[in-house]
Write a protein that binds this ligand. Sequence first.
Ligand code: C2E
Ligand code: MG
Ligand code: MG
Ligand code: MG
Length: 288
Amino acid sequence: HEAQKATERYVFYHPKMGQQLIERLVLEQDLHYALDNGEIYLEYQPQINLRTGSIDSVEALVRWQHPEKGLISPAAFIPIAEETGLIVPIGEWILETACRQVKQWHNEGISHIGVAVNLSTGQFFQQNLVGMVEDILARTDLPPHYLELEITESMTVDTNHMADILHDLKQLGVKIAVDDFGTGYSSMYYLKKFPIDCLKIDRSFVRNVQSDHHDDVLISMMISMAKHLELKVVAEGVEEIGQLSFLADCDIIQGYLFSRPIDPEELSANFDTIQKKALSITQLKEVV
Ligand code: C2E
Ligand code: MG
Ligand code: MG
Ligand code: MG
């Protein structure tokens, strides 16, 4: 009833807005049950070591298979999870599921693989993020150095508070990456203020690196800066072989060129194939 009242007010004000608001309220309602209904799941995208050609790690990416609306992207529902506070249980589920999956891969003989998990703003406001991560690592029996947590520059968290939490997380032995690097207002400040291990160059720079000299220069600068700061550099969104010659000094490459994000069973089944493809691509003359 509350919801209906709210929409009626907007319909009167602007018909289109009303429709959007209804859609949004429906999603919000449904998201409350999505986790319990088993509609939330993770896909994993390989991260390739450019030097060795091996799949060093995977990034966990969340998906919502809505019973009527079909697949909903995280870009659409993570903000709703944030606003409703559902990010806390969903975030915990994501972290535990990813750690458990990687531990299972270790047990199946893919023994070296690590996992990167995206954090969002609301998780820095939750009661005990550090304790939760510690508990999950203990429950899943995953050695902490296999877990990398990704933060972004668009997070609206007080930087002192964030620095405290990140230092505590580092104490656990997990790694910290800055995702979408270069797209926010505070890229440099993040590197100065936080205990960062890894920098992920945003896809928007990688996309046109072959055609836009500016992107080429900016990427070179980011890589060089990362090297001086002794950070690992990941390039995300790599789709074409031609892009690799501009990324030759990166440590890790992630993108459709090697594999889309896929579900864990598919990754298990195709691991050797993807690994072989990665080896042959990274050994090309244009790349090394
Ligand atoms: P992100 O963390 O920067 O993730 C990379 C996004 O780029 C993913 O989109 C991935 O599917 C996509 N991608 C990877 N390689 C390529 C490529 O070669 N070409 C193109 N065009 N795209 C590529 P996705 O899965 O839709 O996720 C979008 C964003 O949603 C993520 O950006 C992240 O910010 C957020 N997200 C995803 N999963 C989670 C999660 O588990 N927790 C939280 N808090 N946020 C998540
Ligand atoms: Mg990410
Ligand atoms: Mg990213
Ligand atoms: Mg991104």
